[in-house]
Design a protein around this ligand. Structure first.
Ligand code: PLP
Length: 405
Protein backbone atom coordinates (compact mmCIF):
# COMPACT_ATOMS: atom_id res chain seq x y z
CA UNK A 1 0.00 0.00 0.00
CA UNK A 2 1.48 3.37 -0.93
CA UNK A 3 1.47 6.25 1.55
CA UNK A 4 -0.93 8.49 -0.39
CA UNK A 5 -3.52 5.74 -0.47
CA UNK A 6 -2.95 4.94 3.21
CA UNK A 7 -3.62 8.60 4.06
CA UNK A 8 -6.85 8.58 2.08
CA UNK A 9 -7.97 5.43 3.80
CA UNK A 10 -7.15 6.89 7.23
CA UNK A 11 -9.25 9.96 6.37
CA UNK A 12 -12.19 7.75 5.33
CA UNK A 13 -12.15 5.70 8.53
CA UNK A 14 -11.57 8.68 10.83
CA UNK A 15 -14.51 10.42 9.10
CA UNK A 16 -16.74 7.48 10.00
CA UNK A 17 -15.46 7.53 13.56
CA UNK A 18 -16.30 11.24 13.84
CA UNK A 19 -19.83 10.59 12.61
CA UNK A 20 -20.23 7.81 15.19
CA UNK A 21 -18.94 10.10 17.95
CA UNK A 22 -21.36 12.83 16.85
CA UNK A 23 -24.28 10.37 17.00
CA UNK A 24 -23.28 9.38 20.53
CA UNK A 25 -22.92 13.00 21.65
CA UNK A 26 -26.32 13.91 20.20
CA UNK A 27 -27.89 10.95 22.03
CA UNK A 28 -28.92 9.41 18.69
CA UNK A 29 -26.73 6.31 18.82
CA UNK A 30 -28.91 3.22 18.71
CA UNK A 31 -28.12 0.39 21.08
CA UNK A 32 -29.36 -3.10 20.29
CA UNK A 33 -30.75 -5.06 23.18
CA UNK A 34 -29.67 -8.68 23.03
CA UNK A 35 -32.32 -11.29 23.73
CA UNK A 36 -31.43 -14.81 24.74
CA UNK A 37 -34.96 -16.17 24.39
CA UNK A 38 -37.64 -16.45 21.73
CA UNK A 39 -39.65 -13.34 20.97
CA UNK A 40 -42.81 -13.18 23.06
CA UNK A 41 -44.88 -11.44 25.71
CA UNK A 42 -42.01 -12.18 28.07
CA UNK A 43 -38.40 -12.27 26.91
CA UNK A 44 -35.06 -12.94 28.62
CA UNK A 45 -32.09 -10.71 27.88
CA UNK A 46 -28.47 -11.84 27.62
CA UNK A 47 -27.95 -11.12 31.33
CA UNK A 48 -30.79 -13.40 32.30
CA UNK A 49 -33.22 -10.58 33.09
CA UNK A 50 -36.89 -11.42 32.49
CA UNK A 51 -38.83 -8.62 30.83
CA UNK A 52 -42.42 -8.12 29.75
CA UNK A 53 -42.03 -7.07 26.16
CA UNK A 54 -44.12 -4.04 25.18
CA UNK A 55 -42.27 -2.98 22.02
CA UNK A 56 -42.49 -5.80 19.48
CA UNK A 57 -44.67 -5.77 16.35
CA UNK A 58 -45.81 -9.17 17.59
CA UNK A 59 -49.47 -8.11 17.47
CA UNK A 60 -50.96 -11.59 17.30
CA UNK A 61 -48.30 -13.17 19.51
CA UNK A 62 -47.21 -15.64 16.85
CA UNK A 63 -43.47 -14.85 16.67
CA UNK A 64 -42.29 -17.30 19.30
CA UNK A 65 -45.40 -19.46 19.16
CA UNK A 66 -44.84 -23.22 19.18
CA UNK A 67 -47.41 -23.87 16.42
CA UNK A 68 -45.40 -21.57 14.16
CA UNK A 69 -42.12 -23.24 15.05
CA UNK A 70 -43.59 -26.64 14.20
CA UNK A 71 -45.13 -25.35 10.96
CA UNK A 72 -41.77 -23.94 9.87
CA UNK A 73 -39.99 -27.21 10.72
CA UNK A 74 -42.57 -29.17 8.77
CA UNK A 75 -42.18 -26.91 5.73
CA UNK A 76 -38.39 -27.19 5.97
CA UNK A 77 -38.59 -30.98 6.07
CA UNK A 78 -40.80 -31.10 3.01
CA UNK A 79 -39.32 -28.29 0.92
CA UNK A 80 -35.78 -27.99 2.23
CA UNK A 81 -33.83 -25.14 3.76
CA UNK A 82 -33.60 -22.83 0.78
CA UNK A 83 -33.83 -22.54 -3.00
CA UNK A 84 -30.50 -20.97 -4.01
CA UNK A 85 -32.39 -19.22 -6.78
CA UNK A 86 -34.57 -16.30 -7.64
CA UNK A 87 -38.20 -17.14 -8.30
CA UNK A 88 -38.07 -17.14 -12.10
CA UNK A 89 -35.08 -19.44 -12.54
CA UNK A 90 -35.85 -22.36 -10.21
CA UNK A 91 -37.02 -20.77 -6.96
CA UNK A 92 -40.78 -21.22 -7.11
CA UNK A 93 -42.30 -24.14 -5.20
CA UNK A 94 -45.90 -25.17 -4.73
CA UNK A 95 -45.92 -23.52 -1.28
CA UNK A 96 -44.99 -20.13 -2.74
CA UNK A 97 -47.94 -20.31 -5.13
CA UNK A 98 -50.22 -21.48 -2.30
CA UNK A 99 -49.19 -18.59 -0.07
CA UNK A 100 -49.70 -16.05 -2.85
CA UNK A 101 -53.19 -17.43 -3.43
CA UNK A 102 -54.02 -17.52 0.28
CA UNK A 103 -52.87 -13.92 0.79
CA UNK A 104 -54.96 -12.76 -2.19
CA UNK A 105 -58.04 -14.45 -0.76
CA UNK A 106 -57.42 -13.12 2.75
CA UNK A 107 -56.95 -9.54 1.54
CA UNK A 108 -59.75 -9.69 -1.02
CA UNK A 109 -57.40 -8.97 -3.94
CA UNK A 110 -56.90 -10.73 -7.26
CA UNK A 111 -53.25 -11.70 -7.15
CA UNK A 112 -50.19 -11.52 -4.87
CA UNK A 113 -46.41 -11.51 -5.37
CA UNK A 114 -43.97 -12.34 -2.56
CA UNK A 115 -40.82 -10.36 -1.78
CA UNK A 116 -37.98 -10.91 0.70
CA UNK A 117 -39.31 -7.97 2.76
CA UNK A 118 -41.96 -5.26 2.66
CA UNK A 119 -39.04 -2.87 2.24
CA UNK A 120 -38.38 -4.60 -1.09
CA UNK A 121 -42.07 -4.66 -2.01
CA UNK A 122 -42.31 -0.88 -1.53
CA UNK A 123 -38.90 -0.38 -3.12
CA UNK A 124 -39.87 -2.33 -6.22
CA UNK A 125 -43.54 -1.52 -6.75
CA UNK A 126 -43.46 1.96 -8.31
CA UNK A 127 -40.75 1.91 -10.96
CA UNK A 128 -42.28 -0.83 -13.15
CA UNK A 129 -45.78 0.70 -13.04
CA UNK A 130 -45.32 4.47 -13.35
CA UNK A 131 -43.15 6.79 -15.41
CA UNK A 132 -42.59 10.51 -15.94
CA UNK A 133 -46.10 11.07 -17.31
CA UNK A 134 -47.61 9.86 -14.01
CA UNK A 135 -48.11 11.29 -10.54
CA UNK A 136 -47.52 9.71 -7.12
CA UNK A 137 -49.30 11.53 -4.31
CA UNK A 138 -47.80 10.47 -1.00
CA UNK A 139 -48.55 11.18 2.69
CA UNK A 140 -45.70 13.18 4.25
CA UNK A 141 -45.20 10.60 6.99
CA UNK A 142 -45.16 7.48 4.81
CA UNK A 143 -42.66 4.76 5.67
CA UNK A 144 -39.01 5.14 4.57
CA UNK A 145 -39.37 2.24 2.11
CA UNK A 146 -42.20 4.04 0.28
CA UNK A 147 -40.10 7.20 0.08
CA UNK A 148 -37.18 5.19 -1.33
CA UNK A 149 -39.42 3.34 -3.79
CA UNK A 150 -40.84 6.61 -5.10
CA UNK A 151 -37.30 7.98 -5.50
CA UNK A 152 -36.44 5.05 -7.75
CA UNK A 153 -39.33 5.90 -10.06
CA UNK A 154 -39.53 8.68 -12.65
CA UNK A 155 -43.10 9.73 -11.83
CA UNK A 156 -43.76 13.28 -10.57
CA UNK A 157 -43.96 13.39 -6.78
CA UNK A 158 -46.64 15.20 -4.82
CA UNK A 159 -46.51 15.19 -1.04
CA UNK A 160 -49.57 15.94 1.08
CA UNK A 161 -49.48 17.02 4.73
CA UNK A 162 -49.86 14.00 6.99
CA UNK A 163 -53.43 12.66 7.11
CA UNK A 164 -54.70 16.01 5.74
CA UNK A 165 -57.55 15.43 3.28
CA UNK A 166 -57.74 19.09 2.32
CA UNK A 167 -54.11 19.09 1.26
CA UNK A 168 -54.53 15.73 -0.47
CA UNK A 169 -57.24 17.33 -2.61
CA UNK A 170 -54.96 20.31 -3.35
CA UNK A 171 -52.24 17.91 -4.55
CA UNK A 172 -54.71 15.90 -6.65
CA UNK A 173 -55.88 19.11 -8.31
CA UNK A 174 -52.25 20.06 -8.99
CA UNK A 175 -51.60 16.68 -10.63
CA UNK A 176 -54.72 17.08 -12.76
CA UNK A 177 -53.73 20.64 -13.72
CA UNK A 178 -50.33 19.40 -14.82
CA UNK A 179 -52.00 16.87 -17.07
CA UNK A 180 -50.64 13.78 -15.39
CA UNK A 181 -51.77 10.52 -16.99
CA UNK A 182 -52.11 8.05 -14.10
CA UNK A 183 -52.35 9.27 -10.52
CA UNK A 184 -51.89 7.13 -7.42
CA UNK A 185 -52.47 8.10 -3.79
CA UNK A 186 -50.10 6.26 -1.46
CA UNK A 187 -50.48 5.96 2.32
CA UNK A 188 -49.55 3.76 5.24
CA UNK A 189 -52.79 2.08 6.35
CA UNK A 190 -51.65 2.69 9.91
CA UNK A 191 -48.81 5.04 10.88
CA UNK A 192 -46.61 3.31 13.41
CA UNK A 193 -45.41 6.27 15.49
CA UNK A 194 -48.88 7.48 16.55
CA UNK A 195 -51.08 4.48 15.71
CA UNK A 196 -53.01 6.82 13.37
CA UNK A 197 -55.36 4.99 11.02
CA UNK A 198 -55.46 6.49 7.51
CA UNK A 199 -58.88 7.87 6.50
CA UNK A 200 -59.31 5.40 3.68
CA UNK A 201 -63.02 6.07 3.17
CA UNK A 202 -62.26 9.73 2.42
CA UNK A 203 -59.15 8.85 0.45
CA UNK A 204 -61.14 6.47 -1.77
CA UNK A 205 -63.81 9.14 -2.34
CA UNK A 206 -61.15 11.66 -3.38
CA UNK A 207 -59.53 9.04 -5.59
CA UNK A 208 -62.87 8.49 -7.35
CA UNK A 209 -63.42 12.20 -7.79
CA UNK A 210 -59.98 12.78 -9.35
CA UNK A 211 -59.61 9.43 -11.15
CA UNK A 212 -56.71 8.28 -9.02
CA UNK A 213 -55.60 4.83 -7.90
CA UNK A 214 -55.04 4.03 -4.19
CA UNK A 215 -52.15 2.11 -2.62
CA UNK A 216 -51.89 1.26 1.07
CA UNK A 217 -48.99 -0.16 3.08
CA UNK A 218 -50.58 -2.53 5.57
CA UNK A 219 -47.55 -3.51 7.65
CA UNK A 220 -49.18 -2.36 10.91
CA UNK A 221 -52.67 -3.59 9.97
CA UNK A 222 -52.69 -6.93 8.12
CA UNK A 223 -53.91 -9.69 10.40
CA UNK A 224 -55.77 -7.64 12.99
CA UNK A 225 -57.40 -4.44 11.72
CA UNK A 226 -61.04 -4.74 10.65
CA UNK A 227 -63.72 -7.12 11.88
CA UNK A 228 -61.89 -10.22 10.60
CA UNK A 229 -58.36 -8.84 10.63
CA UNK A 230 -58.00 -8.25 6.91
CA UNK A 231 -56.66 -4.75 7.38
CA UNK A 232 -57.37 -1.05 7.23
CA UNK A 233 -59.50 -1.48 4.09
CA UNK A 234 -61.80 -3.79 6.05
CA UNK A 235 -61.76 -1.43 9.05
CA UNK A 236 -62.95 1.44 6.82
CA UNK A 237 -65.24 -0.77 4.70
CA UNK A 238 -63.43 0.00 1.46
CA UNK A 239 -62.46 -3.55 0.48
CA UNK A 240 -62.61 -3.74 -3.30
CA UNK A 241 -61.75 -0.05 -3.69
CA UNK A 242 -57.99 -0.38 -3.08
CA UNK A 243 -55.74 -0.93 -6.10
CA UNK A 244 -52.48 -1.99 -4.45
CA UNK A 245 -51.75 -3.38 -0.99
CA UNK A 246 -48.22 -3.89 0.28
CA UNK A 247 -47.53 -5.71 3.51
CA UNK A 248 -45.12 -7.71 5.63
CA UNK A 249 -44.96 -11.22 7.01
CA UNK A 250 -42.59 -9.84 9.66
CA UNK A 251 -45.10 -8.28 12.05
CA UNK A 252 -48.56 -9.66 12.93
CA UNK A 253 -48.47 -12.33 10.21
CA UNK A 254 -45.95 -14.56 11.99
CA UNK A 255 -43.08 -12.16 12.59
CA UNK A 256 -40.30 -13.86 10.62
CA UNK A 257 -39.70 -11.86 7.45
CA UNK A 258 -40.99 -11.42 3.94
CA UNK A 259 -43.22 -8.97 2.14
CA UNK A 260 -45.82 -8.89 -0.59
CA UNK A 261 -47.77 -6.81 -3.08
CA UNK A 262 -51.44 -7.67 -3.69
CA UNK A 263 -53.28 -6.08 -6.58
CA UNK A 264 -55.03 -6.72 -9.88
CA UNK A 265 -53.65 -9.56 -11.99
CA UNK A 266 -52.07 -7.20 -14.54
CA UNK A 267 -50.16 -5.30 -11.86
CA UNK A 268 -48.70 -8.44 -10.33
CA UNK A 269 -47.83 -9.80 -13.77
CA UNK A 270 -45.84 -6.66 -14.60
CA UNK A 271 -44.08 -6.80 -11.22
CA UNK A 272 -43.04 -10.42 -11.83
CA UNK A 273 -41.53 -9.31 -15.14
CA UNK A 274 -39.93 -6.04 -14.08
CA UNK A 275 -39.68 -5.45 -10.33
CA UNK A 276 -35.98 -5.39 -9.52
CA UNK A 277 -36.01 -6.57 -5.86
CA UNK A 278 -38.11 -9.55 -7.04
CA UNK A 279 -36.04 -10.37 -10.11
CA UNK A 280 -32.61 -9.97 -8.56
CA UNK A 281 -33.01 -11.32 -5.03
CA UNK A 282 -33.40 -14.81 -3.62
CA UNK A 283 -36.74 -16.51 -3.14
CA UNK A 284 -38.35 -16.54 0.31
CA UNK A 285 -37.29 -19.58 2.41
CA UNK A 286 -39.79 -22.48 2.51
CA UNK A 287 -39.86 -22.45 6.33
CA UNK A 288 -41.29 -18.92 6.28
CA UNK A 289 -43.66 -19.60 3.41
CA UNK A 290 -45.07 -22.77 4.97
CA UNK A 291 -45.44 -21.15 8.38
CA UNK A 292 -47.13 -18.08 6.85
CA UNK A 293 -49.74 -20.40 5.34
CA UNK A 294 -50.36 -21.70 8.85
CA UNK A 295 -50.83 -18.11 10.10
CA UNK A 296 -53.48 -17.43 7.48
CA UNK A 297 -55.21 -20.69 8.39
CA UNK A 298 -55.26 -19.73 12.09
CA UNK A 299 -56.57 -16.20 11.57
CA UNK A 300 -59.08 -17.17 8.89
CA UNK A 301 -60.57 -19.88 11.11
CA UNK A 302 -61.16 -17.63 14.11
CA UNK A 303 -60.92 -13.99 15.18
CA UNK A 304 -59.82 -15.07 18.65
CA UNK A 305 -56.28 -13.62 18.49
CA UNK A 306 -57.44 -10.39 16.88
CA UNK A 307 -60.21 -10.03 19.49
CA UNK A 308 -57.78 -10.68 22.33
CA UNK A 309 -55.39 -8.05 20.92
CA UNK A 310 -58.14 -5.42 20.74
CA UNK A 311 -59.39 -6.27 24.24
CA UNK A 312 -55.84 -5.92 25.59
CA UNK A 313 -55.46 -2.61 23.76
CA UNK A 314 -58.74 -1.18 25.06
CA UNK A 315 -57.86 -2.27 28.61
CA UNK A 316 -54.36 -0.77 28.50
CA UNK A 317 -55.53 2.48 26.92
CA UNK A 318 -58.24 2.90 29.57
CA UNK A 319 -56.06 2.06 32.56
CA UNK A 320 -52.98 4.07 31.54
CA UNK A 321 -55.16 7.18 31.22
CA UNK A 322 -56.77 6.42 34.57
CA UNK A 323 -53.25 6.53 36.07
CA UNK A 324 -52.89 10.09 34.76
CA UNK A 325 -50.68 9.50 31.73
CA UNK A 326 -51.31 11.32 28.45
CA UNK A 327 -51.69 9.09 25.42
CA UNK A 328 -52.44 9.76 21.79
CA UNK A 329 -56.12 8.90 21.46
CA UNK A 330 -57.11 6.05 19.18
CA UNK A 331 -57.89 2.35 19.01
CA UNK A 332 -54.74 0.85 17.53
CA UNK A 333 -52.45 -1.43 19.61
CA UNK A 334 -49.67 1.13 19.13
CA UNK A 335 -50.13 3.35 22.20
CA UNK A 336 -47.86 6.40 22.38
CA UNK A 337 -47.47 7.40 26.05
CA UNK A 338 -46.51 11.04 25.77
CA UNK A 339 -43.68 12.40 27.94
CA UNK A 340 -42.86 15.37 25.65
CA UNK A 341 -39.32 15.85 27.00
CA UNK A 342 -36.53 13.71 25.46
CA UNK A 343 -34.54 13.31 28.69
CA UNK A 344 -37.64 12.30 30.65
CA UNK A 345 -38.52 9.74 27.95
CA UNK A 346 -35.03 8.23 28.12
CA UNK A 347 -35.00 8.11 31.93
CA UNK A 348 -38.49 6.65 32.04
CA UNK A 349 -37.68 3.85 29.56
CA UNK A 350 -34.47 3.06 31.47
CA UNK A 351 -36.32 2.90 34.80
CA UNK A 352 -39.00 0.66 33.31
CA UNK A 353 -36.27 -1.66 32.08
CA UNK A 354 -34.99 -1.96 35.66
CA UNK A 355 -38.55 -2.75 36.69
CA UNK A 356 -38.72 -5.55 34.13
CA UNK A 357 -40.61 -3.80 31.32
CA UNK A 358 -39.20 -3.49 27.82
CA UNK A 359 -40.44 -0.37 26.02
CA UNK A 360 -38.79 1.94 23.53
CA UNK A 361 -38.37 5.67 23.98
CA UNK A 362 -38.68 7.91 20.91
CA UNK A 363 -37.59 11.49 20.66
CA UNK A 364 -36.48 14.06 18.10
CA UNK A 365 -35.67 13.53 15.22
CA UNK A 366 -37.70 10.29 15.07
CA UNK A 367 -40.76 12.24 16.32
CA UNK A 368 -41.23 16.05 16.25
CA UNK A 369 -39.41 18.21 18.82
CA UNK A 370 -41.30 18.30 22.13
CA UNK A 371 -43.21 15.10 21.30
CA UNK A 372 -40.96 12.56 23.09
CA UNK A 373 -42.71 9.41 24.19
CA UNK A 374 -42.49 5.76 24.99
CA UNK A 375 -44.36 3.70 22.46
CA UNK A 376 -46.23 0.75 23.91
CA UNK A 377 -47.36 -2.04 21.58
CA UNK A 378 -49.91 -4.54 22.79
CA UNK A 379 -49.99 -8.18 21.76
CA UNK A 380 -52.62 -10.92 21.84
CA UNK A 381 -49.99 -12.89 23.79
CA UNK A 382 -50.08 -10.51 26.79
CA UNK A 383 -52.06 -11.84 29.73
CA UNK A 384 -54.14 -9.45 31.83
CA UNK A 385 -51.75 -10.20 34.69
CA UNK A 386 -48.79 -9.05 32.54
CA UNK A 387 -50.60 -5.87 31.50
CA UNK A 388 -51.40 -5.17 35.16
CA UNK A 389 -47.69 -5.57 36.01
CA UNK A 390 -46.83 -3.13 33.23
CA UNK A 391 -49.41 -0.61 34.50
CA UNK A 392 -48.07 -0.90 38.03
CA UNK A 393 -44.48 -0.33 36.81
CA UNK A 394 -45.63 2.70 34.76
CA UNK A 395 -47.36 4.06 37.85
CA UNK A 396 -44.29 3.48 40.04
CA UNK A 397 -41.76 4.99 37.63
CA UNK A 398 -44.19 7.77 36.68
CA UNK A 399 -44.49 8.93 40.29
CA UNK A 400 -40.72 8.64 40.87
CA UNK A 401 -40.02 10.86 37.87
CA UNK A 402 -42.95 13.17 38.72
CA UNK A 403 -44.64 12.47 35.39
CA UNK A 404 -47.88 11.74 37.22
CA UNK A 405 -49.07 13.00 40.58
C1 PLP B 1 -42.05 -2.47 9.02
C2 PLP B 1 -42.55 -1.71 7.87
C3 PLP B 1 -42.04 -1.91 6.58
C4 PLP B 1 -40.90 -2.85 6.31
O1 PLP B 1 -41.29 -4.19 6.51
P1 PLP B 1 -40.21 -5.34 6.37
O2 PLP B 1 -40.97 -6.53 5.91
O3 PLP B 1 -39.62 -5.51 7.73
O4 PLP B 1 -39.18 -4.90 5.39
C5 PLP B 1 -42.62 -1.21 5.53
N1 PLP B 1 -43.63 -0.34 5.74
C6 PLP B 1 -44.12 -0.10 6.98
C7 PLP B 1 -45.24 0.88 7.16
C8 PLP B 1 -43.59 -0.76 8.08
O5 PLP B 1 -44.05 -0.51 9.30
Amino acid sequence: MNTVNATHQAAFYSGLKNTIDELREAGLYKIERILASRQGAEVVDNEGRHLINMCANNYLGLSGNETMVQASIKATEQFGYGLSSVRFICGTQTVHKQLEKALSEFLGMEETILYAAAFDANGGVFEPLFDSEDAIISDALNHASIIDGIRLCKAARYRYAHNDMTDLEVQLKAAVAEGKRHKIIVTDGVFSMDGTIAQLDKICDLADRYSALVMIDECHASGFMGATGRGTHEHHKVMGRIDIITGTLGKALGGAMGGFVSARREVVEILRQKSRPYLFSNTLAPSIVGASLEVLKIISASTQLRDRLHANTAYFRQEIERLGFTIKPGTHPVVPVMLFDATVAQKFAARLYELGILVSGFFYPVVPMGQARVRVQLSAAHSTEQIDKVLSAFSHAGRELKIIG
